[in-house]
Design a binder for this molecule. Structure first.
Ligand SMILES: C[S@@+](CC[C@H](N)C(=O)[O-])C[C@H]1O[C@@H](n2cnc3c(N)ncnc32)[C@H](O)[C@@H]1O
Length: 481
């Protein structure tokens, strides 16, 4: 099918307004694949959310547990407290929707939750919505997107680095890891149409991987921030019907033949092991922060990403965390700075092909990655450890490495190698850390030897953080031996 057809088909509503009840008899009836609900208390502490007079189902649930906005266990009415209750109530409302729609085939349950869902969410600066998500055992939360603008971040940090306009392709394959509400994929589709609208033979295929059917359901129910998000909604609805979590075809859009959207509802670590090698032109990695989900930033997970991405493929992620960049390098990728948007630092771009990296890393960052304990990546050898174990193992490995085979990351010691440093407390700390590993002084010959790759002006090293990091790390190792 040509792309004009894609444009007209996918961005215009179906004329057929009848609701088709779905007779899907799929065997998979589990609605329990997420860890999102495991700690859900379902109590509601927020009266602001249930000021509706209609008798919709989700607000009936909320009303059951209303306690005048106060936490029975705490006098603290801070925002986090309220948002945790909102999160739990939303998950409970979606569970209820799953049960009711399948058993009654009545569309009112979905309509009601769609009408009211924004009350559970936070509006970001560009008008698109995010969720304060409590998916973690330790009671921590993170908003799913930057509050500066959720859909804007999708364009700026994930889609723009792909330079879609420069590509000449007949088929473009994208893996959207942690696809959540589907913002990144919808931004991609929008950009794809903008760039290839006139091209007849372009095909776009997106594999979305998301652990939680609840997050997908939210993506289905929220107001679409851009037109192409309606296509993602259609794909989500199809998937939730296939899984027997919903039963009605209510999304009035058709996905054209040259757009292929697959959704995998499972742990990305499992999903990636079943994907074909050398398939993807781009990968979006949009997990929660490395602190909360280190399993999605481990060296071993990145080795799988290395296997499935093409030589010219690009990985985009919003985080600039050092162990993440280190894991990319150790898995074989070249890395560079991604665009800055909504957060203090830019994201990270990774590719097998060094020519796909336009902005190499700062020299100080390269030293921290290659020479210090903070550059030790998260490890998950069989892709099955829980986040707490992965975190603790790395803490132990860092402690063992500090002062033995890596320079202490304290006071960013490696950045002072081959530099003059003023007398004082900082110098004393730096020297103590260097002496611990046998380096006498910041200007000593061994200090200069270790960071020599950063002084080379050869084309091999130009704009090539990976090679500099590895060469410095090797120099440290040979000095220690
Ligand atoms: C920062 S949000 C992603 C936002 C998303 N890209 C969007 O466009 O809305 C992180 C997502 O990762 C999902 N997630 C957490 N652990 C996962 C795992 N092991 N595999 C797949 N998805 C996971 C969460 O459910 C959450 O939806």
């Amino acid at each position: 099918m040509n792309n004009n057809k894609l444009k007209s088909n996918i961005l215009s509503k179906n004329n057929n307004n009848t609701l088709n009840e779905n007779n899907n008899t799929s065997n998979n009836t589990s609605n329990n694949t997420s860890n999102s609900t495991s700690n859900s208390t379902g109590n509601n502490a927020n009266n602001n959310t249930n000021n509706t007079s209609n008798n919709n189902i989700n607000f009936n649930i909320l009303n059951e547990n209303t306690n005048n906005g106060t936490n029975p266990n705490s006098s603290n009415e801070n925002i986090n407290f309220n948002s945790e209750y909102l999160f739990n109530d939303l998950i409970k409302s979606i569970s209820n929707l799953f049960l009711k729609e399948v058993s009654t085939k009545n569309k009112d349950y979905r309509d009601d939750l769609s009408k009211n869902i924004v009350k559970f969410l936070t509006k970001t600066d560009d008008g698109s919505y995010t969720l304060n998500s409590f998916d973690f055992n330790d009671g921590e939360s993170e908003t799913m997107h930057t509050t500066t603008g959720a859909i804007s971040e999708s364009f700026e940090k994930f889609v723009k680095p792909l330079n879609l306009g420069d590509n000449d392709f007949s088929a473009f394959h994208v893996l959207d890891i942690c696809s959540g509400f589907g913002y990144n994929s919808s931004a991609l589709i929008q950009e794809f149409i903008n760039n290839h609208g006139e091209c007849n033979d372009s095909n776009l295929s997106i594999d979305m991987v998301e652990l939680s059917p609840y997050k997908l359901a939210i993506g289905l129910l929220i107001p679409s921030p851009i037109e192409s998000h309606d296509l993602i909604k259609k794909a989500i609805e199809n998937k939730l019907i296939e899984k027997n979590l919903l039963s009605l075809n209510l999304v009035d859009f058709k996905i054209s033949d040259n757009l292929d959207i697959n959704i995998f509802i499972e742990d990305a670590r499992i999903a990636v092991q079943n994907l074909h090698s050398n398939r993807y032109d781009a990968i979006f990695l949009d997990a929660f922060s490395p602190k909360l989900t280190p399993e999605l930033y481990s060296l071993d997970f990145f080795k799988e990403l290395y296997r499935v991405i093409k030589y010219d493929g690009i990985i985009a992620t919003y985080t600039s965390a050092i162990p993440v960049r280190s894991a990319f390098i150790l898995a074989g990728f070249h890395v560079g700075e991604g665009p800055v948007f909504g957060r203090n630092t830019g994201g990270t771009i990774a590719s097998k092909n060094p020519n796909k990296i336009t902005n190499s890393l700062d020299f100080d960052i390269e030293r921290m990655i290659g020479l210090s304990d903070i550059g030790i990546p998260f490890k998950d050898p069989h892709l099955d450890l829980d986040s707490i174990t992965i975190f603790k193992n790395r803490q132990q490995e860092r402690a063992d490495a500090r002062g033995t085979y890596k320079i202490s990351s304290a006071v960013k010691t490696p950045i002072f190698l081959d530099k003059d440093i003023e007398e004082g407390k900082l110098k004393r700390r730096v020297l103590r850390n260097l002496n611990a590993i046998g380096i006498e002084d910041t200007k000593s010959k061994e200090a200069c030897y270790i960071i020599a790759p950063q002084n080379k002006d050869s084309s091999n090293f130009k704009n090539n953080s990976k090679d500099r990091v590895i060469a410095m790390s090797n120099n440290l190792e040979s000095f220690l031996n």
